[in-house]
Design a protein around this ligand. Structure first.
Ligand code: SF4
Ligand code: SF4
Length: 380
C-alpha cells in the first residue's frame, strides 16, 4: 500500500506553501522520517528549458524556495539541480534555464547551491538498459527530493514524477536515449532504469499551475491548485493521471515501471489522504490530441487510422526565431539547419523538437486531407 497526499493550494505565497507542504509531510510521517540536520538534500526540479514560471513549464521557483526554507530551517544544505532538454549552438541550455526560470535567483537569495547537471560530472551506472551516465550530484547528495510539474506531453500523454527523472541524464546525452527508445513504451524502460539507479526518497509535485493540451512546453496553463506528495512516484503518477482523466494502465510510458513493480498503480493499493480521499477530477482539463485519438477509436481501428491521422511536426516559419534548438536536439538529424524543413524519411516522431522549441514554432500538423477531415469529425 502506498500513500499519496493531495493538498489544495491556490497561490505561490511562500508562507502558505511552507504550511501546506509541512502538513502534507506530516501525513507521510514528518520531516524527521526523511532528513536530519547537516544532510545535503538535492531538489531535482523540472527545468525542461529556458521558460518563465508563468508558462507552467517548469517547477515554480517559489515552490522551490518554500522547500529550500523548510530544509534550511532544519539545518540541511540544499542543492537545486537538473539538466534541461535540447541544445542551442551545441550547448545544453541548462545554465540559461536556471536564470530564466528564476531558480538561480531563488538559490542565491536562500543560500542554496545550483547544480547544473551538465557541468558536475557523471557516474557510470550499470542498469537494466545497459550502462548509463547519470549526473554525479545524484550520488553525492544524502537525500533526493523530486519536484515534478503536473503537465501533459504530446507524445507521452502525461509527464510527472517518473518522467521528471529523465533530466538525471546530463546535457546532450539525452538525445541518444531518445533515439534508442523512440516510442513511449521503449522510452519507459529508460525511465524505469533511471528510477532503479537513483535513490529518490520523496516526490512533491507542483500542480498549483499545471500545463494542459500540447505539453510539456507548448500547452496552456491550467490552474489545478494542487500539491501531491508521496514516497512512491508511480502511485503519485497514477493519482495525478486520474485527476486529469487518464488511467495509468493506458499510458505505455509506465508499462516498464508497472512490470518491474517499481511502485503501486492500482487504486485499491493507493491510499489518498490530505484534502481528498479520492483523486479529484480536474474539470475541462485538455489532454493532448494523441490521447484523444486513442480514446475515440478502438485499438484495431486506431491501427488502421493511425497513419491517416498522424500529426507530424512541422516548423512554422512565422514563429521560428532560427535559434536551432530543434536542429541540434533532433536525435536523427532530420531538420535542415537552413530551411528548417523536416526530412520525414529520417524522422522517428520522438516529438523532441515540439517539446523543446521555446517559441511554439513546431506545430503538430496532419499531412493528409482525409486525415484532416476525419480528425474534424472525431473532434481530435
Ligand atoms: S522551430 Fe525555430 S524557434 Fe523553434 S527550436 Fe527550431 S529553430 Fe528554434
Ligand atoms: S524531426 Fe522528428 S526525429 Fe527530429 S526531433 Fe522532431 S520529431 Fe524527433
Amino acid at each position: 500500500m502506498s500513500a499519496v497526499i493531495i493538498k489544495s493550494c491556490n497561490n505561490y505565497r511562500v508562507e502558505d506553501l511552507i504550511d501546506i507542504i509541512n502538513s502534507g509531510i506530516d501525513l507521510l510521517g514528518g520531516w524527521g522520517k526523511f532528513i536530519r540536520p547537516q544532510m545535503t538534500v538535492l531538489l531535482k526540479v523540472n527545468l525542461i528549458g529556458p521558460k518563465t514560471p508563468d508558462t507552467a513549464a517548469v517547477t515554480h521557483p517559489e515552490f522551490v524556495r518554500a522547500i529550500t526554507r523548510i530544509l534550511m530551517e532544519r539545518k540541511c544544505k540544499v542543492w537545486i539541480g537538473d539538466s534541461s532538454g535540447g541544445a542551442i549552438a551545441g550547448i545544453s541550455p541548462t545554465g540559461r534555464s536556471f536564470i530564466v526560470s528564476g531558480l538561480e535567483r531563488v538559490a542565491i537569495e536562500e543560500g542554496a547551491k545550483i547544480k547544473n547537471f551538465d557541468k558536475e560530472g557523471v557516474m557510470g551506472i550499470d542498469t537494466s538498459v545497459g550502462k548509463m551516465y547519470l549526473a554525479k550530484p545524484l550520488f553525492e547528495a544524502d537525500f533526493i527530493i523530486n519536484l515534478p510539474k503536473l503537465k501533459t506531453h504530446s507524445a507521452g500523454i502525461y509527464t510527472g514524477a517518473v518522467k521528471n527523472l529523465f533530466g538525471c541524464i546530463p546535457g546532450l546525452r539525452k538525445a541518444a536515449y531518445h533515439k534508442g527508445a523512440p516510442n513511449p513504451k521503449e522510452f519507459g524502460t529508460v525511465l524505469a532504469a533511471i528510477y532503479e539507479s537513483v535513490n529518490v526518497g520523496l516526490h512533491i509535485m507542483d500542480g498549483i499551475t499545471a500545463m494542459q493540451g500540447e505539453g510539456p512546453t507548448a500547452g496552456t496553463v491550467y490552474h489545478a491548485e494542487k500539491i501531491l506528495l508521496s514516497t512512491d512516484p508511480l502511485a503519485l503518477d497514477a493519482v495525478a493521471s486520474k485527476m486529469i482523466g487518464i488511467n495509468i494502465e493506458d499510458n505505455p510510458i509506465f508499462d516498464a515501471a508497472r512490470e518491474r513493480k517499481l511502485g503501486e498503480w492500482k487504486s485499491q493499493n493507493i491510499e489518498v489522504e490530505g484534502d481528498y480521499l479520492t483523486p479529484p477530477k480536474l474539470p475541462k482539463f485538455k489532454l493532448p490530441r494523441a490521447f484523444k485519438l486513442r480514446k475515440k477509436v478502438n485499438y484495431g481501428l486506431m491501427v488502421t487510422l493511425i497513419d491517416l491521422l498522424k500529426a507530424r511536426p512541422k516548423i512554422d516559419e512565422n514563429h521560428c526565431t532560427n535559434c536551432n534548438m530543434c536542429v541540434e536536439s533532433c536525435p536523427v538529424y532530420a531538420i535542415d539547419k537552413m530551411t528548417k524543413i523536416i526530412n520525414y524519411d529520417k524522422c522517428i516522431e520522438c516529438m523532441c523538437c515540439h517539446e523543446l522549441c521555446m517559441y511554439n514554432a513546431v506545430k503538430l500538423k496532419r499531412e493528409k486531407f482525409i486525415g484532416k477531415v476525419v480528425s474534424k469529425l472525431l473532434k481530435i
